[in-house]
Design a protein around this ligand. Sequence first.
Ligand SMILES: NC(=O)c1ccc[n+]([C@@H]2O[C@H](COP(=O)([O-])OP(=O)(O)OC[C@H]3O[C@@H](n4cnc5c(N)ncnc54)[C@H](OP(=O)(O)O)[C@@H]3O)[C@@H](O)[C@H]2O)c1
Length: 254
Amino acid sequence: MDVLKGKTAIVTGASSGIGYETARLFASEGANVVVAARRQSELDKLVAAIERGGGKAVALAGNVRDEAYAKALVELAEGRYGGLDIAFNNAGTNGEMGPSSGISLDGWREAMDVNLTGAFLGAKYQIPALQRRGGGSLIFTSTFVGYTVGMPGTAAYAASKAGVIGLMMTLAAELGPQGIRVNAILPGGTATTMAEAWVDTPEKLAVVEGLHALKRRAMPDEIARSVLYLASDASSFTTGSAMLVDGGVSINRT
Ligand SMILES: NC(=O)c1ccc[n+]([C@@H]2O[C@H](COP(=O)([O-])OP(=O)(O)OC[C@H]3O[C@@H](n4cnc5c(N)ncnc54)[C@H](OP(=O)(O)O)[C@@H]3O)[C@@H](O)[C@H]2O)c1
């Protein structure tokens, strides 16, 4: 299938996990992909894997906290591939976790800077490029944590990711008249590196799996398939949506 044929996408947080699988899927569906994260070596491996599969990708390493990086990613997409149609602002960090009264200001700011300000800076430069193209799809990664579920020890993470939903809703209202759709994906527990901070023993893994109606966590490619839906014309009337892809963790009470 080639549902993104002729499209160009930026994917942040592409060096591992959900972003990595999404970049691969976008490329396999025909998109040119600009992949972003701090670790150049991991991005290079991803580009090589995409090219081996006959796809097109280019990497630029940097930190999503930096405004110049957000601008450079869009310049690369337009310079290399002639425009931008899709952006998946997915890079994220747990920030400092633990009882809220013990969270340092630096730990709080880290979560805000990467998860919320990073998403804003991405969008700030992606929007004019999408406007130049006459439309497109902007996607953010949020989470059920701080949206449908309050979870002890996650104040900075939850607040930053709930902020992403507010940002998404505002942008959806602002940009809808210009044919730019804006949505957030809210994964449930997903087996990635980031999740190791939450699930570091078999006992904790069993508890986390049990919280989900499906009694398991997602694999990152399952989340990627839902991101593809938001990126593609299959979701042409979906905007302003906080889309739970959470294995039922939000509704489960058993
Ligand atoms: N796993 C879950 O259970 C879960 C659930 C709900 C939501 N999420 C969200 O899903 C997103 C992806 O996380 P993941 O689970 O796939 O974990 P992951 O495999 O650890 O991926 C995180 C990605 O973000 C990048 N990143 C982190 N800080 C960055 C920074 N300052 N600048 C640029 N890139 C940065 C990392 O790359 P570098 O280290 O190379 O920079 C990596 O590519 C995150 O926003 C996370 O909050 C995850």
